[in-house]
Design a protein around this ligand. Sequence first.
Ligand code: NFS
Ligand code: SF4
Length: 635
Amino acid sequence: MTMKLTTDPSAATLLPIAKKEGISTVWDRHRAMQPQCGFGQLGVCCRICWKGPCRIDPFGDGPQRGICGADADTIVARNVIRMIAAGAAGHSEHGRHVALALQGVAEGRLPACQIRDEAKLRAVAAKLGLCTEGQDIPAIAAAVAKATLEDFQNQDHDAPCNWIEATLTKKRLERLQALHVVPHNIDAVITQIMGRTLVGCDADPVNLILGGIKGALADFDGMCLATELSDALFGTPSPVITAANLGVIKPDAVNIAVHGHNPLLSEVVCEVAGQMDEEARKAGAPAGINIVGICCTGNEVMVRHGIPLAANYLSQELALVTGAVDAMVVDVQCIMPSVSEIGACFHTAVITTMAENKIPGATHVDFKEETALENARRIVAAAIDAYKRRDPRRVNIPDFKQTAIVGFGVESVVGALATLNPEDPLQPLIENIANGNIRGIALFAGCNSTQVAQDSSFVTMAKKLAANNVLLLATGCGAGSFAKHGLMTQEATLEYAGDSLKAVLTAIGTSAGLNGPLPLVLHMGSCVDNSRAVQVAVAVADKLGVDLDQLPLVASAPEAMSEKAVAIGTWSVALGIPTHLGTMPQVTGSAKVTELLTQTAKDLLGGYFLVELDPNLAADKLLEVIEERRKGLGI
Ligand code: NFS
Ligand code: SF4
């Protein structure tokens, strides 16, 4: 049974324990939810006003219009673009938070934060076209923060957001401008989506979807700025060896799991934990404090500091079932509300930290950048205190962890390539793509979903693509899957990469001082760090003088579930990238919207959605797409 729910080996140890303890997990609740509502799955259920809910009969026998007259096309389009707006709001709030922190640091208001990577800050300023000659770091930080915050404030509809303008190829920007889908202001675009989808507003599915694409590009803008400013504040990732899966939890340490998405708090928690290690030892934990990550906060601290990753989305509850997590500190997004109840079954302090993200039953420590050190100390103290109440007889830490070499942003990829060709670092990559040693590049992104046996689609697809010499990048819970399953190792490259890919990865890895190949899958970071993959693609496209929709580049979210994934997938398409979904998007109740996203998009944008639930077939289809793109380039 277990193997149908998840392929994570830890679950086999922990699910029976959960059962014995009477703890229900995400998989139990998934089962209890069956059968799920077919109208919702098709996207034809509308709850936008209180005359409803209305639902369109997909078989054509019952109602074909809602009470207000909206048909399936309108309803599906409204529903999906509201999801995009929500996703964009999540990423952009995260981005705004980081931008405001940068501003605070510039103004000397935030003693707990510094600019750890001055070179990155300067690079960002240059990228945004800011003149910083002769200016000191605080002044540059202030200018960067100001230009970034303009993306939330600009009221000139014709002026694109600064970040999107600085990030995309010129051709792509022009193509998007011609469709009037380039955002001028993240907040305004999200608000417009909410406004136009009210009862009795935009009913044209094409117009709605174009509005959604603009919202998705606002999401992209928010991600770019979140990633780049986080690097300036907390450091740009570089390759680091760490570990993943629940075996990273230590029986003899105070274990603190940092979970959510925003790196601001987790960075300070990591720092303070170092200072309070002695206190943990005094409390009886010989190994001191052990920080482990979950979801994208986990990815953030993993790629920057080598903090091990305990779990991706679907196994967050299992981390608690180990009985050895003393505190789970959560910020925003992808935190199952069930964690407070499960934490209460043990001794675990589940601590919420953001004023707008609380969970009944959890302890709340209101995190503010101004008081970050004090907040983090309180959190770590709570963990140490909880440790004293831990019942060793209830500790069950699965003996599974895999080595993971992580931390491959643009800088480190280019840095590794520069060891082969310092004058022109991208040249070796381009040469190897052109001569076919690397057939193409696939970016794996997105979540886990109970619709798929956890991690299985990621792993199946990656192995097949790698065997066919496709270079693999990953972010988010996809990256978590690969890390947990040992695909971010040199051994995986030797075992699974096709011969020519293996040779390239070995040449780069050896020359970069790794004593062997690069890992099979390159961990680029959290979901907002999908922007890193785009940066690599833009650099390659610019160098070749082509646009993104000509590159042998594909994206895949084989286990997608979050509204954020809907936003990311949509901007990926808008950037010209064929984008695979391995879970059924809730749009198929409208033939028109389905056609727009899977076919019309191809003509308008070059990118399109490709839906295939079978991971083997999906890999085949992506290989075909890659070959088609190669043919287009004449390589
Ligand atoms: Ni992305 Fe990261 Fe994971 Fe999905 Fe959730 S943690 S931001 S949304 S589930 S990948
Ligand atoms: Fe029904 Fe129209 Fe209201 Fe939607 S907006 S719930 S379709 S009446």
